[in-house]
Design a protein around this ligand. Sequence first.
Ligand code: SF4
Length: 370
Amino acid sequence: MSAAPALLPGDGSEAALAARWAAGERRALRLEDGRALRIIFPGVPGGGAGPDFTGAVLDAGGDVLRGDVELHLAASGWAAHGHTSDPAYARVVLHVVARNDTGALATRHASGRAIPVLVLPPPLAQGAFPPPFTPPCALPAARGAVAAPVLTRLGVRRLRMKAARAQPLVEAAGPGQALHHLALEQLGGTANRAAFAALARRLPLAALLERAEGMPDRPLALAAALKGGAAALVLQRAGLRPMASPAKRLEAAGSLWARLWPDLTPGWPAALAPAAGLAPLRAPGVGRASAVELAVNAVLPVALAAGFWSEGEAAAALAALPSPGTYGRLRRLEGWLGRPFTSAATLQGGLLLHADYCTRGFCGRCPLSG
Ligand code: SF4
């Protein structure tokens, strides 16, 4: 960081460079290879591992580029960070830098691709920030158009996709075991999803219910059996909130399973009727947001895949669910669309939009582009 930081707003960090890129750049831009560059859509922040922005749409001298964008303060950062041979960076279509210290006209990836390099020009005045980038979906939203109907339709499409993924499990093991599997997976959270799925296979529902048979405290007995089954699994405990620890999640499962399966019958729980809403999914340790996630990711897909609920009933149940809270990766989209994620259905629609359009280079071609 020699001359570059003085050219950047804020502290001259890579985060400041990313903020400038995300805000859009309306001045004429020129790639290091000489082509003019126009930003059609800067992409959405990648978050975590992988490229900084995904789904960008760019016009490079008349060629439309769709893909990811990686940013560094210096062009040499690409190789220094090991991106050259990293397959996660194979879809990068633009390397944005504050300073081209290598002098190369393009950045190389091991796949053989030559990635154009852009030196992002400094702001016109120190501290001046360009107005925020506005994608096509934000214009109808600003005029008062309501995105909820389209998002709800996309939410139902996402539910159908979840049901299609649940179908083989339902056919192979039956709806009760499929629900046991997907609900445990959901309770495992991001940290322990795979481990909890393995637990569902190691300790099937029928065997679990038998272990708690005749016990005076069934929720406790079910939780103890689940903890015993999980003892041989590698579980992540570090960095989790106390209520998200594997032990707490398995205790919550014990309480909920005792309600859903009050006897030895490992089938579809009678309490899970289409009009029942969230009530059957509330149990000690299962808050409202968790109950919504269980409904969306386990109950509705299995009910639909097994044919217990019609698509109309499942769609109506989804539409009636509240939002469990917006995900971090949807924050920008939420702002552009006028904060429409007030229900589980619109939130599911937002997730599909984000995954299938905003991050795939289809900005301007999505159902909300107007
Ligand atoms: S893909 Fe559609 S929803 Fe996503 S930012 Fe572009 S216009 Fe908005």
